[in-house]
Design a protein around this ligand. Sequence first.
Ligand code: P6P
Length: 333
Amino acid sequence: MSNLITIERHILEQQRLFPEAHGELTDLLTDVAFAAKLVRKEVVRAGLADILGFTGSTNVQGEEVKKLDLFANEQIISAIGAHGRFAVMGSEENEEIIIPTNNESGNYVLLFDPLDGSSNIDVNVSVGTIFSIYKLKTSDPTKANLADCLQPGAEQVAAGYVIYGSSVVMVYTTGHGVHGFTYDPTIGEFLLSHENITTPKSGKYYSMNEGSYAQFNESTKKYLDYIKTEDKATGRPYSTRYIGSLVADFHRNLLTGGVFIYPPTTKHQNGKLRLMYEANPLAFICEQAGGRATNGRDRILDIQPAELHQRTPLYIGSTDDVIVAEEFEQGKR
Ligand code: P6P
């Protein structure tokens, strides 16, 4: 048992790399891990509990909100907000920023997607929670505001996700590598299972929704034709792996290699995925694991946000595979 490292202990060890953080980072990430346990408890029993189906309401994205979305959102806001470490939050489910009740001592910002991939909940496909943490810019936490939430991804102090799948895994980075923890329900702890994750320079999977082919621009169509053409020297054709749940697709490619692409489409000309609580946290993790994340041209982490819920095209995964896709997107191939 002695070699079992809980996420709390690992975070504490990571804390020693941030002498200036005075233990706050430990508390933040421990809060997030705690909230993840609360969400997991319901997600893994979704088929049993009377929490399936639509609430009938719609969220800021105009999407039907499933009860579990709402539950996860409420759990994260209340469980984390109660500890007073975050001065302000932003959630995919809330149009406006959230000021926790006792935020007067908070020095950090939390942005999150409480349950990404929620359309898959009822059919037992993996879904996930994604989170992103920044230092508060406003000197007085009681005056925290939207500008504190609109920082480029490169300013993140921590980011991570929880994937609720065949097992529940929490992956995080504080800028010192990427580490994964698998939940052990027999002891109620996330235990270190994937230390220092590095992603292969190239893989054999591409993840895109080809059902949107008619909505793709010509360069994206050219890329798709290329990646499916046989050429043994470049390992083509790649295999398609597309779950329709960002965290699940990202996690697989992170571990095995490959590229996930949500390009501009006629329906989503700026892409569908959200910059602040989907692209940025996953880009931070991906780069820390040796991968690459852009919008087809610019580094995701360098984008200066203008709105809390703004969207972005996303090309993310193994560096060599992302570069090839970018070259098509930029008309260089
Ligand atoms: P499409 C789920 O709704 C989500 O936000 C991501 O988890 C997923 O990668 C994407 O949308 C799927 O979108 O248009 O392919 O169904």
